[in-house]
Write a protein that binds this ligand. Structure first.
Ligand code: ACO
Length: 338
């Protein structure tokens, strides 16, 4: 009789490496000067309060899955694998193409990953690192070998373009990574995830879900758009990113001085600077691209990781810290040996 693989003796844990990265940014650039014409704001206010100069906006008809599929293709090319090698697609987003099917399933068809199982996760700006952690668990447990992880968001579809408190902050994009066991390679050393649902009101999209469907009666109340208490969110972002980073460094047995590169969530340059200062990491070791892309939610850290990879900011063997924060509230961090 063939033994049931699910009851066999546990196999040893495996190293999980990122073997390829990719990203996609829409062509359309929306500058601060253009936003001055939309709402009561200035380039000076946006630049000094956030560090953002411009962001990308998806074209009419360009969906979250379109951006995600392009990022996935770039990651597959970087990894040197074909779509039929992918066992699982995990896609993190708060702007899915549909409630059903999952955007991961839509991407599966677009890239031809016919063998893959697919699902989406919702952890706002923390989604990509949550998905990395989930992928790592599937690979170390020998359930899957090759996993495509994507962070993709089309925030322009849920931004209130009349609200200056939020519309200047966000952009569209997608980033992807291929994770696989690599026998003698480097990989993900430690990960941490955390949440505090008690702070959910600080950052939310109140309408459109089952709690508050958009109806003819409430359609004009802007319930389908992002709402944020910026100042409070800022404080929790700094506190939780620093705490999570310190814990994951401790788990990895490393000091911040061991890090060659820190890749933080790209929400606000002042948040990034405060986190770097508290971790005692010089800013020249911190990846920043929010000046060009704004906050792309689940895509932000994935796009920054791809840029760091392609511009040679990380050498083989370097220790890299990724740390994120977002709606939920949620946060996560990972230490990777590149
Ligand atoms: N242009 C001009 N003035 C503005 C603008 C704008 N675009 N937006 C707000 N203001 C005004 C406010 O009305 C306020 O005016 P008042 O003092 O007369 O009331 C003043 O500027 C200061 O507002 P604050 O909210 O205190 O400004 P702050 O310095 O906190 O910056 C910001 C706001 C940029 C939103 C910041 O708080 C922030 O970055 N917060 C965190 C964002 C974040 O990390 N989000 C998490 C992830 S997002 C996700 O998960 C999808």
């Amino acid at each position: 009789m063939t033994p049931n693989p699910r009851t066999r003796t546990p196999l040893p844990k495996r190293t999980v490496s990122i073997i390829g990265t990719g990203s996609h940014l829409p062509e359309r650039v929306l500058t601060n000067a253009e936003l001055e014409k939309l709402v009561d704001t200035t380039d000076e206010w946006i630049t000094t309060r956030t560090g953002i100069k411009e962001r990308r906006i998806a074209a009419d008809g360009e969906t979250t899955s379109d951006m995600a599929a392009n990022a996935a293709r770039a990651a597959m090319e970087d990894a040197g694998i074909s779509a039929d090698e992918i066992d699982l697609i995990i896609l993190a987003t708060i702007t899915p193409d549909f409630f059903m099917p999952s955007t991961a399933c839509v991407v599966q068809t677009k890239i031809g990953a016919t063998r893959a199982a697919c699902f989406d996760i919702s952890a706002a700006c923390s989604g990509f690192l949550y998905a990395i952690e989930i992928a790592q668990q599937f690979i170390t447990s020998h359930t899957f070998n090759t996993i495509l992880v994507i962070g993709a968001d089309k925030l322009s579809s849920i931004v209130n373009w009349k609200d200056r408190n939020t519309c200047v902050l966000f952009g569209d994009g997608a980033g992807a990574a291929i994770l696989r066991h690599r026998a003698h390679g480097h990989g993900v050393i430690a990960t941490r995830m955390g949440s505090n649902g008690g702070l959910a009101d600080l950052l939310q999209v109140p309408g459109g879900g089952s709690a508050c469907p958009i109806t003819a009666a409430n359609v004009g109340q802007d319930l389908q758009f992002i709402r944020m208490e910026g100042r409070e969110t800022f404080k929790h972002a700094v506190t939780n990113m620093v705490d999570s980073a310190r814990k994951v460094l401790d788990d990895a047995g490393l000091q911040s001085s061991d890090l060659a590169c820190v890749i933080p969530h790209q929400a606000n340059l002042r948040i990034i600077s405060a986190v770097a200062e508290r971790l005692e990491v010089p800013l020249d070791r911190v990846m920043v691209n929010l000046d060009r892309y704004g906050n792309t939610s689940a895509a932000a850290v994935a796009i920054a990781l791809d840029e760091a990879n392609r511009t040679g900011r990380m050498k083989v063997g370097d220790y890299v810290l990724l740390v994120v924060f977002g709606g939920g509230m949620t946060w996560a961090s990972s230490v990777i040996q590149w």
